[in-house]
Design a protein around this ligand. Structure first.
Ligand SMILES: [Zn+2]
Length: 188
């Protein structure tokens, strides 16, 4: 079934049941991203948020959602490093949105970084273009939505990073829900 919902918020927990993402310190990235996604849904006043299903692959999810020019896409991930001391939040936007610092995607990414770095007490590593990630393009940032941001909340490899997220999950969920709503209302 195709849901044609051009003006909605599309929220996804990066990775899924068969693709755990990064694994470190006894945690799977997919479990932590689900925890954050579910906290955003729980703390949001918007009852029409479209979320990914845990069994869906990225392709299945992206084929199911049909974001329009007025929608907001937010995809949650955790970073990984070869050491346990690197920490911080960073957000990705597509190349076009990165080139325009006044684009809503760039502004939302900047706001997400500021909020998470403050609440989690971690470094703000900035807004980055998709091609500075391990991929040259990131599919979910190029589905034709008005606003699309991929966040790497913190480093799963960092000592204490996941525990910090768990303790603050409601604060994070509430704040991110507010930011999503603000940008969803912005684009009509
Ligand atoms: Zn990931």
């Amino acid at each position: 079934m195709i849901q044609f919902s051009p003006l909605r918020i599309f929220l996804s927990a990066g990775h899924h049941d068969k693709d755990p993402g990064a694994v470190a310190n006894g945690y799977k990235e997919a479990d932590v991203t689900k925890l954050i996604r579910d906290s955003i849904v729980r703390n949001s006043e918007d009852k029409n948020i479209v979320v990914d299903k845990d069994w869906e692959t990225n392709r299945q999810y992206q084929n199911r959602i049909k974001p329009g020019a007025g929608s907001v896409i937010f995809d949650i991930h955790l970073n990984a490093a070869a050491n346990n001391t690197t920490r911080g939040v960073e957000s990705y936007v597509n190349r076009k949105d990165f080139a325009n610092k006044n684009s809503a995607s760039y502004k939302m990414a900047d706001e997400v970084n500021l909020f998470l770095s403050k609440e989690l007490g971690i470094k703000n590593r900035g807004v980055k273009p998709e091609n500075s990630s391990q991929h040259s393009t990131i599919g979910i940032l190029n589905l034709g939505s008005g606003i699309a941001v991929l966040v790497e909340v913190d480093f799963i490899t960092g000592t204490g990073a996941v525990e910090n997220i768990m303790v603050k999950k409601d604060i994070i969920g509430k704040g991110l829900a507010k930011i999503l709503k603000k940008y969803d209302d912005l684009v009509q």
